[in-house]
Design a protein. Structure first.
Length: 531
């Protein structure tokens, strides 16, 4: 008994591997959406897909889509899928997928659409999946198991309109036979009604044929028609077309819901960002107001500095004029001192010559004094001789007395002259000393005036430099004033732009909030369609 159970268990594992996995249940409101490139590598997957498949988005991105393929799925189904997609058509069908880990599986009703660019070239494939009902799931399991075993599936289509015409025709023939044999009114009416039924059935067939053609244009897939409806007849074709349109609408709604949800999230983020930007703009507005006031104060300060620099330049110019005038006067003083020094030197020479002449005069006076003394001696001797001569020498004695008197007077005069010459010599010597001292002082004055001239030249050069720097500073400050005025104007523009930006930001915040509300309303509306 135990060996038989083990044998049956291993046979079940080999034949139908799904007995080892559990069917994962998920909400009928879930929409599993993914996109792949033309080589079937996953580009994106929504949250529902990741939650049901138990894969993270990072684990799915860039992976081949057969990562979730269940081995119970027959190759014929995927072959049919790719034939539709390569022909640019959408495909709808039931698919069994694996969850991560392989311990669970899940069934989906998949609607796969090729996404084409403006030139009609397929650029990606979009799959929107929803939960199938239990009957569809059971039919799919049975049919897919047969396909997996390569068993033939009957796809005979029962045409009810043909059956209807046949039955009405049969009834008409029977009514005709009965009417011929019995010639009864009832059989005649039955024959008439049968004829009307045949005509109605033929007319209905024509109308239903157009409906069938329209439904085939929407979607024609006998295998999936049998999976979805459990039938293969005229009505199941229309039913499948309606199911296809319903899936298409749901796919569009689901994808739109995902997009609107993303837009709604981004709109809320944008609203928050715009609020932050609005706050930043408000702070920027306050900063520009403060900066504008500071620049205005700086402009006034620079204007004051420019005025001060101009005044310094004017004062420097006045000081330069005074300095140059002082240099001219000092130059004139130097020339006068030089002239005075030369005149003092000439006076010194004259006084020295005068002193020398005084000495010569002293020598001459000494000679005169010597002569007067000799004359006095001669007069004395003459007087003595006249006295010896007596009366005869009386006249000569008078003359001798006169001569001696003149000699004495001459001696006295020469003595006085000598005193005067001595005084003159002393005065000349003092004058020489004074003149020499004056010459030294004039030389000192000349040296001092030259030093003063050099100092004034340095002061003049410094004043010129100050004046030049003041002019440069005034020019620089004037340029700075112009620049600050431009900066002030630019800041005013920035402030005005900031005000406008704040207004626009307020408008954008309002629009963003309105967009968020609108997308939220649109989400709710699409959710109603999806439900």
């Amino acid at each position: 008994m135990q060996a038989k159970f083990v044998l049956l268990f291993s046979i079940n594992i080999t034949i139908n591997n799904n007995v080892m996995t559990k069917n994962k249940e998920y909400s009928s409101k879930s929409n599993l959406i993914s996109t792949t490139d033309t080589q079937s590598y996953i580009i994106s997957a929504n949250k529902d897909f990741c939650d049901v498949a138990k894969f993270s988005l990072d684990e799915l991105k860039g992976q081949p889509h057969n990562l979730v393929r269940h081995e119970d799925m027959p190759k014929q189904v995927f072959k049919q899928l790719w034939e539709y997609l390569h022909n640019g058509k959408s495909w709808m069908g039931l698919v069994k997928n694996n969850c991560k880990g392989g311990d669970e599986h899940y069934w989906v009703s998949a609607f796969v659409t090729p996404i084409q660019d403006q030139d009609g070239k397929t650029i990606e494939y979009q799959s929107v999946r929803m939960q199938p009902n239990d009957e569809q799931l059971k039919r799919a399991e049975l049919l897919y198991a047969k396909l997996k075993k390569n068993k033939k599936i009957s796809l005979f289509r029962l045409q009810w309109h043909v059956v209807s015409v046949f039955l009405w025709s049969l009834m008409f023939l029977l009514s005709m036979v009965a009417a011929i044999y019995s010639m009864s009114f009832i059989e005649g009416m039955g024959c008439l009604l049968s004829a009307i039924g045949i005509g109605t059935a033929i007319a209905q067939r024509k109308r239903f044929g157009a409906l069938r053609k329209a439904s085939r244009d929407i979607y024609q897939n006998e295998l999936m028609e049998k999976v979805y409806s459990g039938h293969l007849d005229d009505y199941s074709q229309v039913e499948q077309a309606l199911q296809m349109k319903n899936s298409e609408v749901r796919a569009i709604s689901a994808r739109s819901f995902e997009s609107v949800s993303a837009i709604n999230i981004e709109a809320k983020k944008d609203a928050a960002e715009l609020m932050a930007v609005n706050q930043d703009l408000s702070n920027q507005h306050l900063n520009t107001e403060t900066m504008a006031a500071a620049i205005e104060e700086l402009t006034h300060s620079l204007s004051d500095v420019s005025s001060g620099a101009s005044k310094v330049s004017e004062l420097s110019s006045d000081a330069l004029v005074l300095s140059q005038d002082g240099m001219r006067k000092i130059s004139e003083t130097e020339e006068n001192i030089i002239s005075l020094n030369n005149e003092l030197k000439d006076a010194e020479k004259i006084i020295i010559d005068l002193a020398r002449n005084s000495e010569d005069m002293t020598k001459i006076l000494d000679v005169i004094i010597g002569i007067s003394e000799q004359i006095n001696l001669l007069a004395l001797n003459a007087a003595i001789e006249a006295a010896r001569a007596g009366e005869a020498g009386r006249g000569f004695a008078v003359v001798a007395d006169e001569v001696r008197g003149l000699a004495l007077k001459t001696k006295q005069s020469t003595h006085e002259i000598n005193l005067m010459i001595n005084n003159l010599t002393q005065s000349s010597n003092k004058a020489v000393e004074i003149v020499s001292s004056g010459g030294s002082l004039s030389e000192l004055c000349l040296a001092s005036s030259k030093d003063t001239t050099h100092a004034l030249e340095g002061i003049t050069k410094a004043i010129q430099d100050v004046s030049s720097r003041a002019l440069e500073i005034s020019g620089f400050v004037s340029e700075q004033v112009l620049v600050t005025n431009e900066v002030s104007l630019n800041i005013v523009d920035i402030r005005d732009n900031s005000n406008r930006s704040m207004q626009r930001s307020d408008n954008m915040v309002a629009r963003s909030e309105s967009l968020s509300v609108s997308t939220e309303s649109l989400k709710m509306l699409m959710k109603q369609f999806l439900n």
